[in-house]
Write a protein that binds this ligand. Structure first.
Ligand code: PLP
Length: 351
């Protein structure tokens, strides 16, 4: 740290992304990317003509992309904001609604704490219950902005629409942001509740279910007054936040509904098989509606297990948080990757 660095940021603990190795020697099951290629609609649309247009700024409104998202969800473009990854959208939410504090689960997406620190926002956490489920009643009278990942990050546990609705009813004076990064893998989006609830913001990403992690595109859907707030923050930070190429990639991806549905189905099917096989080897697996699972065995702790798998060419993640340190988090890959993973796990635990 230099002597010039802001004093109030000196204690900042940045988000630690999963490893992104430069070589492709690993089977990469550590950062919840999609194992399938992006849509052909997307890649075919990046023509030499579009590349030449890179000399011009991107559309600060990203209107074509917003229209495509609005069309997919049956809302209007004024109910949508797009961002440079959903991480950027989440940052806008913290900046816009964090002044009176935020509240989120003790085990969840690690970035929420980081944003709170960066923006000098007080945060409170509500413990997940013994089954790693979100304790919906713990957010009554929160008197703070509520941030929930659904399905929850690091567990995959899912809240039903009626549970989301009770969060909204219990918090009429607070914004409730629902981060649906993993919603397409078997959950039901709460986008339709935005029409009824003026305090709800749904955040989604193209990084997981639409195979565009490297393009960095996320979005939020909410009533116009909330989107106007977020645009105010966006336009005070980075008006051209989504680049030309990524906007095209994402617009085409959301239009390719068949390919998207097919990939989500494949991942759900592979997840079901992976969970069953691990359970038959004696693993405890947290029920997951995400494209990852959390699994543990008494035979080996999370960190050791991660290292053993890495030596065998497979990257997974483990977390040092006390409550989940015995688990490894495994991204659901292709069937072929899953076969190799299961083979290596059997060798490690000596089955
Ligand atoms: C992956 C993830 C994000 C970030 O997505 P980007 O759009 O790639 O920035 C946000 N929230 C959760 C819960 C995630 O798992």
């Amino acid at each position: 740290m230099s002597k010039f660095f802001a004093e109030k940021l000196s204690g900042l603990k940045p988000y630690v992304p999963g490893e992104q190795p430069k070589d492709e020697v690993y089977i990469k099951l550590n950062t919840n990317e999609n194992p399938y290629f992006p849509s052909k609609y997307s890649t075919d649309a990046i023509t030499p003509e579009e590349l030449e247009k890179l000399k011009l700024y991107s559309d600060p409104e990203s209107i074509n992309l917003k229209n495509a998202i609005a069309n997919y969800y049956g809302v209007s473009a004024q109910n949508v904001i797009v961002g440079n990854g959903s991480d950027e959208i989440l940052a806008f939410i913290f900046a816009a609604y964090g002044a009176h504090g935020v509240v989120f689960p003790d085990i969840t997406y690690g970035f929420y704490k980081v944003f709170a620190q960066l923006f000098g926002i007080k945060y409170q956490t509500v413990p997940l219950d013994g089954q790693f489920k979100i304790n919906v009643d713990g957010y009554k009278k929160a008197d703070k902005t509520v941030i929930i990942a659904n399905p929850n990050a690091q567990t995959g546990e899912y809240l039903t629409l009626s549970q989301i609705e009770s969060l909204l009813i219990n918090n009429p004076k607070n914004v409730v942001a629902v981060d649906e990064a993993y919603i397409d893998f078997g959950g039901e989006s709460a986008v339709k509740l935005t029409e009824k609830y003026g305090n709800l913001i749904i955040v989604q990403t193209f990084s997981k279910s639409r195979s565009l992690a490297g393009a960095r595109v996320g979005f939020a859907v909410a009533q116009k007054s909330l989107i106007d707030d977020l645009n105010k923050v966006k336009n005070s930070f980075n008006p051209y936040n989504v680049n030309r190429i990524s906007a095209i990639l994402a617009e085409k991806a959301i239009n390719d509904v068949d390919y998207f549905n097919q990939n989500c189905k494949k991942i759900i099917k592979t997840r079901t098989r992976l969970i069953a096989e691990l359970q038959s080897m004696g693993f405890y697996v947290i029920p997951s509606k995400a494209n990852f699972i959390m699994a543990k065995t008494e035979k080996i702790g999370g960190e050791k297990f991660y290292k053993e798998l890495k030596e065998r060419g497979i990257l997974v993640r483990y977390f040092s948080d006390e409550r989940i340190k015995d688990f490894i988090r495994i991204t659901v890959g292709t069937d072929g990757q899953t076969d190799e993973l299961l083979k290596q796990i059997k060798q490690i635990i000596g089955e």
